[in-house]
Design a protein around this ligand. Structure first.
Ligand SMILES: NC(=O)c1ccc[n+]([C@@H]2O[C@H](COP(=O)([O-])OP(=O)(O)OC[C@H]3O[C@@H](n4cnc5c(N)ncnc54)[C@H](O)[C@@H]3O)[C@@H](O)[C@H]2O)c1
Ligand SMILES: O=C(O)C(=O)C[C@@H](O)[C@H](O)[C@H](O)COP(=O)(O)O
Ligand SMILES: [Zn+2]
Length: 365
């Protein structure tokens, strides 16, 4: 069992990582709160796999449980589905002291978290992430949101969880594509913050791809530790937290222009990071050697194929909906070496268009 504490004053919480921990969900929550009601939010893919285990643990700890299933997929991370979960909370007479728990990937977690943030002006929320991406990124840090047709995560809040309960055994049922999507965010941590973690990924690429237990445990722990350290320094993204958005301005644009149907989030982030790295190389922020090292890690982990051939003007237009746009100016996160990144607020449109074109013409074997 590995525990990590996220220190945020009265909003502090523990991330508990342990194989088989799902069976202790009830015990963990009841140690933290006198609440007796849990609204468990999940989807029809994850609930049949892990719902029983979580519910019987909650019942054993004396909780009354109601279940709200949202449809599976990023296209359903919207206000309409959030309202249905809110209806369920009202029908359940969920009290202000009750809990909303998210069992699933980042889509379930982001939507359930938003509901928890607004229901009766905010109630306690527990994250039980079941994808690699949600275990290393979305369950930690309190960003909760749904998409708007015009842009990704445009309707959201900062609402820290009461607890994060991570069972790496759930990754055994995860598809190859979704596992690799999670690796897209894992690489991000090494690139923006921790060269030794980046080297760890380079040196253990085969074991990472084979999902070896001890490597996965280390991946999750180190990723959560880096994210926690950043969030502790800057909970509401006034500064350093923006670095966690590396590749996301391009990536969110690609997700949006394909109506959230073509790419997983991690795939889009990997594409966006390649474009951001090309822009950084043109500016001289990274050398050719560093650029090749980034691309090589994507290649050996097999998480990047190509940047899609959309009109760069269309991609650029979609990028303007990014939440980092400030006083009309786009801000981009650019790598500045392995383990370092900067926030650039002087990027010209032409540079972005060139980076997209270069990404589209990049040969990767
Ligand atoms: N809040 C944040 O800080 C943050 C950070 C990163 C990403 N996100 C958001 O997270 C979302 C992506 O999350 P995701 O990658 O987990 O996608 P997802 O939630 O769509 O899950 C991917 C797929 O895996 C299935 N699945 C989940 N767990 C499974 C399991 N154990 N076994 C088998 N199938 C399983 C899901 O049903 C789904 O089909 C995006 O909306 C993204 O914007 C948020
Ligand atoms: O936690 C953060 O901060 C992040 O930026 C993590 C990202 O991986 C995540 O995709 C986040 O939801 C993006 O945030 P947004 O503010 O650009 O919507
Ligand atoms: Zn992300």
């Amino acid at each position: 069992m590995q525990n990590l504490r996220v220190e945020l004053g009265e909003r502090s919480y523990t991330i508990s990582i342990e194989a088989g921990i799902l069976g202790r969900t009830g015990e963990i929550i009841s140690d933290l709160t006198p609440a007796r009601q849990v609204l468990l939010v999940s989807n029809p893919t994850v609930f049949p796999l892990y719902g029983d285990k979580v519910i019987s643990s909650l019942h054993k700890a004396g909780f009354e449980v109601e279940v709200a299933l949202m449809p599976d997929g990023e296209v359903y991370k919207n206000m309409e589905e959030a309202l249905k979960v809110l209806d369920k909370a009202v029908d359940f007479n969920l009290e202000r002291t009750g809990i909303i728990a998210a069992l699933g990937g980042g889509v379930v977690g982001d939507l359930a978290g938003l509901v928890a943030a607004v229901y009766q002006r905010g109630i306690n929320f527990v994250q039980i992430p079941t994808t690699l991406l949600s275990q290393v990124d979305s369950s930690v840090g309190g960003k909760v949101a749904v998409n708007h047709p015009r842009g990704k995560n445009l309707i959201g809040a900062f609402h820290q969880p009461l607890a994060v309960i991570i069972d790496p055994l759930t990754l055994h049922t995860l598809s190859e594509r979704e596992y690799k999507s999670g690796l897209g965010e894992v690489v991000k941590y090494g690139l923006i913050y921790d060269e030794s973690f980046f080297a760890f990924l380079e040196n253990n690429a085969s074991a990472v791809k084979e999902r070896r237990g001890e490597i996965i445990a280390e991946l999750i722990y180190r990723s959560c530790r880096i994210k926690s350290m950043i969030v502790e320094k800057d909970e509401k993204e006034q500064g350093i937290r923006a670095l966690l958005n590396l590749g996301h301005t391009f990536g969110h644009a690609l997700e949006k222009i394909t109506d959230y149907k073509a790419y997983s989030h991690g795939e889009a982030v990997a594409m966006g990071t390649v474009a951001a790295s090309l822009l950084a190389r043109e500016r001289g922020y990274i050398t050719e050697e560093v650029f090749k090292r980034i691309l090589n890690l994507y290649r050996i982990l097999d998480i990047y194929k190509e940047f899609p051939p959309f009109d760069p003007e269309v991609v650029y237009a979609a990028m303007l909906n990014d939440k980092k746009v400030m006083y009309g100016k786009m801000r981009l996160i650019l790598p500045a070496g392995i383990g370092q990144a900067v926030i650039a607020d002087d990027v010209e449109k032409e540079e972005i268009i060139r980076a997209i074109r270069r990404a589209q013409n990049l040969a990767i074997d």
